[in-house]
Design a protein around this ligand. Sequence first.
Ligand SMILES: [Zn+2]
Length: 538
Amino acid sequence: MSDIQLYDTTLRDGCQAEDITFTLEDKLRIAERLDAFGIHYIEGGWPGSNPRDASFFEAVRRLQLRHAKIAAFGSTRRHGVTCDQDQNVRMLLAAETSVVTIVGRTWDVPVEHDLRVPLSANLDIIADTVAYLRQRVDEVIFDAEHFFDGYRSAPDYALACLKTAADAGATLLCLCDTRGGSVPAAVAEATRAARAAVAIPLGIHCHNDAELAVANSLAAVEAGAVQVQGVINGFGERCGNANLCSVVANLQLKLGYQCVAPESLATLQTLSHFIDELANREPDKRQAYVGLSAFAHKGGLHVAAVQRRREIYEHIDPALVGNHQRVLLSDLSGRSNIAYKAREFGVDLGSNDPAIQRLLTDLKELESRGYQFEGAEASFELLMQRALHGYERRFRLIGFRVIDEKRVENEPSLSEATIMLSGPDGKIEHTAATGNGPVQALDGALRKALIKFFPEIEAVNLLDFKVRVLGSDGGTGAIVRVLIESGDQHDRWGTVGVSHNLIEASWQALVDSLDYKLYKDGKGTAHQPRRAARAGEA
Ligand SMILES: [Zn+2]
C-alpha cells in the first residue's frame, strides 16, 4: 500500500506539555535519533517564540541528517501588516529551513471573536502568508487550525480557507483537531470533504483531549490523508498529541501502510524510551506496543497458553516493535510461570522437576508474607539462584545501626547510619554515612563498605524507591513493602524487602540491589537467556 509520511512535532508541540523541557543539546540528539528512525519531517520549534528554538535551527544545519527534513513552525502574518513587516514571518525565514509550517485559522468563531477580523480578511492573511513563504522556501505546509470544529460550524468557510491556502501555493494542507475533541467518524467525513475540495496532499494533526488522537489520525489516513503529525509518546499541550509510536505501529502492522523500514520499526521501543529519558519521564508501562507491560502475562492460564501459541494473548509479535514477552510472578502463578521464568534466566527445569514445586512453595510463602516480585525481578532471580544453584552472596552483614536526629524544630532532621560487614576475604569493614533520611544514610554506608571490595558498585544508582503499607497483621502493626529500582550504565533492576520495620525492609531491598549487581556482572549480561553451549559451536 501507499506510503504515509511521519511528521514529528516532539520538539515543538511536545515541548508545550506541562513538565517537559528539552535543552538545545537534547533537541539536537532527538533530531538525530528521529532521523535515524526514518521520520520524514522534524518540526524543530517556533523560531519567533523563543531564542532556544532560533539557535536550534542554526545548530541543526551542522548535523548530518540522512533522511528527515527540518521544518520551522510559525503562524500567519498579523492583521494590518505585510509579511515583510511581520517579525514572526521574518524569523521563520531566518531559520533557513526548506520546509515552513504555518498555522492559520479556519474556524469562523475564533476568527471573529479571538482574532477579531472579518472572515474575508482572514482569507487574505492566509493567501498572503502562504504565497510570500512559498516564493522563498521549497515546501509550505499549512496547518489548518480548528479545521474539524470549523467544518462542523461553517463548512463552506473552513473549506474556503483550505482552497485559499492551496491556491496560494501551499504544498500540503494539514487538518488540525486543535481542541482534540473530535471523533473518528467526523474526522473521516471532514477529511473526505477536504479531499474533494482541494487537489493537494492532506495531513492530519490531532490532539488527545478525548483520548482519540490516534484513532482520529488513522481515520483521516483511511479517508485520504498522506501525512500524520504527532509526538513520540504522545505528550504535548493539555492531554497531548497523537502518539506517533502507536500511529506508526498501527499504520504499518494493522493497516498495511508503509512509513518506515521494518528494521526501524523494530527499534520503536528504544526510540520511545530514549525520548522519555531525555524528557526526564518514567516510561509508561502500559503504553501500547512499547510499554513494558504490553506483552506481560500474569495469570497462570495465560502463561500456559502463550507458551503454546503466543498469538492467543498477544495481538502482534512483540519483536516487530522491539518489545518482548514477559511473564510476571505473583500469587496467580501456576507452575508454568516458574518454568518460563527459569528458562528466561537460563535455568533449565523440566516442568515435572520437584525443584519447581519447591520454588513455587517458597514463592507462595513469601508472597503470603507480603513479598511481591512483579517489580522486583532481580530479587526473584537471586532467590531462584539460591534455591536451585546454591548461589551465595559475596559479603556478609554483621549489623547496622541508624540514628535519626532532629535538633531544632524548624530544621530538617538528619540521619546517620553505621554498618559492619565482612567481605569475600573475611575482612571486616565498619563504615558510617549521613543522609537526609535513614535509607539514604544506610545506602551510603553500605556502598562505602562494599566499594572497597567491589569497585563496580560505584556505577549503581538508586533510581526509585517506593513504600507500600500492607495493613496490619494480628495486632503486631502494619507490614511495609519497599520496592527499589536501581540501574547502572546497562540495565535497570528492581528489588524488594518486607518487614514490620521500614528500615529493615529498605535494607533488604538495598542489599539485594547491590548483591544483584555483583551477581549479574559475574555472570555476564543480565536478563539475557543463557544459551546452552553446544558441541561444535564456534
Ligand atoms: Zn498541536
